[in-house]
Ligand binder design. Structure first.
Ligand code: HEM
Length: 536
């Protein structure tokens, strides 16, 4: 039983919910998929009964109900829910009538640690503060985020994997991907490398705090009536969340201090001083500097910290989670690995002679590894298709939440009322037969590709098929589209190319690989693999 459920066993309503949950569990076991909208407690029993596989349950319900259904939240919340994954509704909600569907006050409360940042704020981007509009559009920041990822892969990830391969140490992919992306993002945000991806594997308290925010976030979405009382009483998941908030604020404060010292050329120790001296001037590239120079932020230290926390949540978790599912899918589909290597081969033979091909492992011996620069991987369409196919099946943000401002009618005739909550399941959207065909379960990068024939008879060229964002929602759609999409794709291609070319990856048998119950689609138990160096 999840720890927070123990806290729920306190009232007659809870007993009622448990009884009804059992009935709901029995119904779903017997394939009576459409949930019962019970008086008083609404959809809650069905959600509790299917908590373990919530995303798959919602997918099955949406498939059985024509991609949308309406229900009641518990009576105490006085709220109705509209749950959908229909692209026509998505286009209506995210683009055509987006002003009627802000994230809303409840969303901002659920993610209160990011209150006031772009993640929780509603309104047009044009009305947002200056720094926020420009940072991820600044080519220097983009180049810095992509090249620092490349440097970290070459100097950190590849040598570490090579050492683990020679020692035959099992690798936990999700942990490694999180460490890598945590360092890469912190370097972009603060201009300082926290050094999480190192052979001694330092504690990941901050990253664990970020995971807690996403786990408790889902709990808050699911039981709107309970969590505020629990926050007041400081019990269960709310107590854990308060501790996570403190860790994150502490981390940001510490990193801001370090960034200040770096700017003035004083690291904490000799190694840091050397790193600071070798690094480009942080003010030229890092996100913190843009905010410090922005009058909207430099007067409000709390808002600045909130914004920096939001960047730390937006970057490492999304990319790290996608990479974990990507390597899992590759391990299950060796023909996709071969196709990626086939696409990399001409670049590899070119790069093999270059100086980048030698790296020291972390235990001292040398091995040859071929590296691929962001310019090398940019045109690789099959690799990108494999990443998008991962995002279709495993979008790191599996749900989006919106609030209805004024009564409205959805494109397919569903009525919503002011104050209703709208939940959009991205996870379900990538798994609808109506959208992706009978083979939607299959991991098939080819579905993202099309072949163009050049007019001069010059041959056939594979290119990425255009799929509109209201059908492929992993990066969001409309004015709130992800600002970091191109950075994320370039970073993921850099990591993927280096690992796929230089290593064979095999999943250790007997693991239950399943999503965690969270607003972030991490793997519940991680993914343990064995890596072998390839002769390159
Ligand atoms: C696989 C990687 C990524 C995925 C799937 C992804 C997905 C998303 C999604 C779904 C949103 C909308 C969230 C919401 O409004 O509820 C979003 C927003 C955003 N993302 Fe990403 N993201 C990724 C990586 C990144 C990275 C690496 C950065 C930063 C470098 C970034 C920066 C942002 C920003 C600034 C927004 C806010 C946009 C706005 O509200 O106007 N993302 N992303």
């Amino acid at each position: 039983m999840a720890p927070f459920l123990q806290e729920l066993v306190v009232s007659p309503v809870t007993i009622l919910v448990l009884v009804l949950s059992y009935i709901a569990y029995w119904r779903s076991k017997h394939r009576l998929l459409l949930p019962v909208d019970w008086p008083l407690v609404g959809l809650l029993p069905s959600l509790v009964a299917n908590l373990r596989n919530l995303h798959d349950y919602v997918t099955a319900v949406l498939a059985a109900s024509g991609q949308s259904f309406a229900a009641n939240a518990p009576a105490a919340t006085n709220m109705r829910l509209f749950i959908t994954c229909d692209p026509d509704n998505v286009r209506h909600i995210f683009t055509a009538n987006h002003e009627n569907y802000p994230k809303g006050h409840e969303f901002a409360e659920i993610f209160d640690v990011m209150a006031g940042s772009f993640f929780t704020m509603d309104g047009e981007p044009s009305r947002r503060p200056r720094a926020e509009q420009s940072i991820l559009g600044d080519p220097r920041v983009v180049a810095s985020m992509v090249s620092s990822c490349h440097d970290k892969v070459r100097g950190g990830l590849v040598p570490l994997l090579a050492s683990m391969a020679s020692r035959r140490t099992p690798v936990e992919v999700q942990d490694l991907a999180t460490r890598l992306m945590f360092d890469v993002t912190a370097m972009a945000v603060f201009g300082v490398d926290p050094g999480c991806l190192s052979p001694d594997m330092p504690s990941m308290r901050v990253s664990a705090g970020m995971d807690t925010i996403m786990e408790v976030g889902l709990f808050r979405h699911t039981v709107p009536a309970c969590w505020k009382a629990m926050r007041r009483l400081k019990v269960g998941p709310e107590r854990k969340l308060a501790a996570a908030h403190a860790v994150l604020h502490g981390f940001v404060t510490e990193m801001m201090e370090k960034a200040k010292k770096y700017r003035h050329g004083h690291g904490d120790d000799e190694a840091e001083e050397k790193r600071a001296a070798a690094a480009p001037p942080p003010s030229a590239v890092d996100i913190l500097s843009s905010y410090i120079n922005d009058p909207d932020y430099n007067a409000d230290g709390h808002l600045l910290r909130t914004m920096l926390i939001t960047y730390m949540v937006a970057g490492p978790d999304t990319v790290g989670t996608t990479l974990s599912w990507f390597f899992y899918n590759l391990a299950m589909n060796p023909h996709v690995v071969s196709a990626i290597r086939h696409e990399l081969a001409p670049i590899a033979s070119r790069n093999k002679a270059a100086a980048t091909s030698t790296a020291a492992t972390t235990n001292g011996d040398h091995h040859t590894a071929v590296m691929f620069s962001p310019e090398d991987t940019k045109p690789l369409v099959y690799l990108q298709a494999a990443l998008f196919e991962t995002l279709r099946l495993y979008p790191p943000g599996p749900i989006e939440r919106k609030t209805v401002v004024a009564d409205d009618v959805m494109p397919r005739g569903h009525e919503v009322r002011a104050g209703d909550a709208v939940l959009i399941s991205l996870y379900a959207m990538g798994r609808m037969e109506a959208l992706w065909g009978k083979d939607w379960r299959e991991y098939r990068p080819e579905r993202w590709l099309t072949v163009s024939v050049s007019g001069d008879g010059g041959g056939r060229k594979k290119q990425l098929r255009y799929v509109p964002s209201h059908k492929f929602l992993a990066f969001n759609s409309g004015p709130r589209m992800c600002h970091g999409k191109h950075i994320a794709v370039a970073q993921m291609k850099t990591v993927a190319a280096a690992v796929v070319w230089n290593f064979d990856v095999e999943v250790v048998g007997g693991q239950a690989v399943e999503p965690k119950l969270s607003c972030l689609l991490q793997m519940k138990n991680g993914l343990v693999v064995k890596v072998k160096r390839r002769a390159v």
